[in-house]
Design a protein around this ligand. Structure first.
Ligand SMILES: [Mg+2]
Length: 391
């Protein structure tokens, strides 16, 4: 079978705020090949990603992503890897290509899994689907009181690990950061694993970041996530030498496998967090997971949006015994909640697994979000190069 069509559905909440909540809009990908349909989701700016798929070519290695996808065979895992290789080569100067490729890659794996009647993790070579301990991923509250309440609420929902992030952390006075970390610990209680995400607050300033380390250690924070911008590898490595028992995490910004390898190789992170919706998809995520396992780094998914994105990001490490925790989006938008037919629930043991259903096991419900779909048309010199399809 060959890729017959790639369709995009851009959905967004009625009001998109400046909160660091990436679930306020979504770019859903639907691929048709033979009699099968696959779904994917880009963790990316929707309009620019659609543009990367349809833009007129600039030169030989700045082609639209569509040039390497439409009409291609998709009968095997090797076929999907060949599409990866072609997009990376033919769109190397088109920086948004990795983001749209991520959703395309997911949809291709979903489609192939459905055609074969097997889950994606099995197509990736795993023989078992191991349970992971989910951590609730939430933003810091606007005040320490709100953070404490949020922590309590997550414990009441049964989570044994919670991550707080963003919400101005690292951007103001040290006292304010310390108060937030103390509130987080007091909210989740003493017997809960706690993580903190600084959202790249300190740029590449190691001295600014190290000031918060004592408060993290005092409150038994297991990792400090993204203290620096994605490419600040020397700063990551330096902070890791100073952080003692507090691990350093990062990787969600990686949009190819080499960025992720370098964060481990030169940034010396102890936790690598990969979003299949950004790194190029499930295939690249699986390569990073194998590298991490071979180098003693814990691989974790990054997921803050939908259940489809969660399934896709669980696949690359579903069968890796050394990676035992996963990020679980716990407070996403109503859009993220409504857009899927299926849900990945925390089981009675408090654990989460990738679905065992064929493909990604999470289908999209376009009817449920029809009121939030955005009508898009792109016109160049009077010629329509893209028009959104109605569901
Ligand atoms: Mg993060």
């Amino acid at each position: 079978m060959r890729v017959q069509s790639v369709e995009f559905f851009y959905a967004r909440e009625p009001v998109v705020t400046l909160d660091a909540d990436g679930s306020q809009d979504a770019l859903i990908v639907r691929i048709t090949a033979g009699s099968f349909v696959g779904w994917g989701e880009c963790e990316a700016s929707p309009l620019t990603s659609i543009a990367a798929f349809v833009t007129p070519r600039s030169h030989g290695v700045c082609q639209p992503v569509s040039a390497s996808v439409l009409g291609m065979p998709v009968d095997s895992a090797e076929d999907i890897r060949e599409i990866q290789r072609l997009v990376r080569r033919n769109s190397m100067d088109l920086l948004q290509a990795a983001h749209v490729l991520s959703g395309v890659d997911m949809a291709l794996w979903d489609l192939l899994g459905k055609a074969r009647g097997v889950p994606v993790w099995s197509l990736l070579g795993y023989t078992e689907n191991l349970p992971k301990t989910p951590y609730a991923s939430v933003l810091f509250g606007a005040s320490p009181e709100e953070t404490r309440e949020r922590g309590r609420a997550m414990r009441e929902r049964g989570f044994r690990a919670v991550k707080f992030g963003w919400g101005g952390f690292g951007e103001g006075a040290l006292d304010a950061d310390v108060a937030q970390v103390q509130a987080a610990r007091s909210g989740v209680g003493e017997d809960c694993e706690l993580f903190v995400d600084a959202g790249q607050a300190w740029g590449s300033d190691v001295e600014a970041a190290r000031r918060v380390l004592p408060a993290l250690a005092d409150n038994r924070v297991s990792w400090l996530e993204e203290p620096f911008e994605a490419g600040a590898l020397a700063a990551y490595a330096k902070l890791g030498e100073l952080s003692g028992a507090v691990g350093i995490a990062g990787g969600e910004a990686a949009h190819d496998v080499q960025m992720a390898y370098n964060l481990m190789r030169f940034g010396k992170v102890t936790f690598i967090q990969i979003d299949a919706g950004r790194v190029g998809g499930i295939g690249p995520g699986t390569e990073v997971a194998a590298y991490a396992a071979a180098h003693g780094v814990a691989y974790i998914n990054h997921t803050f949006t939908s259940q489809l994105a969660l399934s896709a990001s669980l696949q690359p490490f579903a069968g890796l015994p050394g990676s035992t925790i996963c990020e679980f989006p716990a407070l996403g938008s109503s859009l993220a909640h409504d857009m899927t037919v299926d849900r990945i629930e925390v089981d009675t043991d408090g654990l989460v697994r990738a679905p065992d259903r064929p493909g990604l096991g999470v289908d999209i419900d376009l009817d449920a979000i029809s009121d939030r779909l955005v009508d898009v048309e792109m016109v160049v010199n009077g010629e329509t190069i893209y028009r959104s399809t109605s569901p």
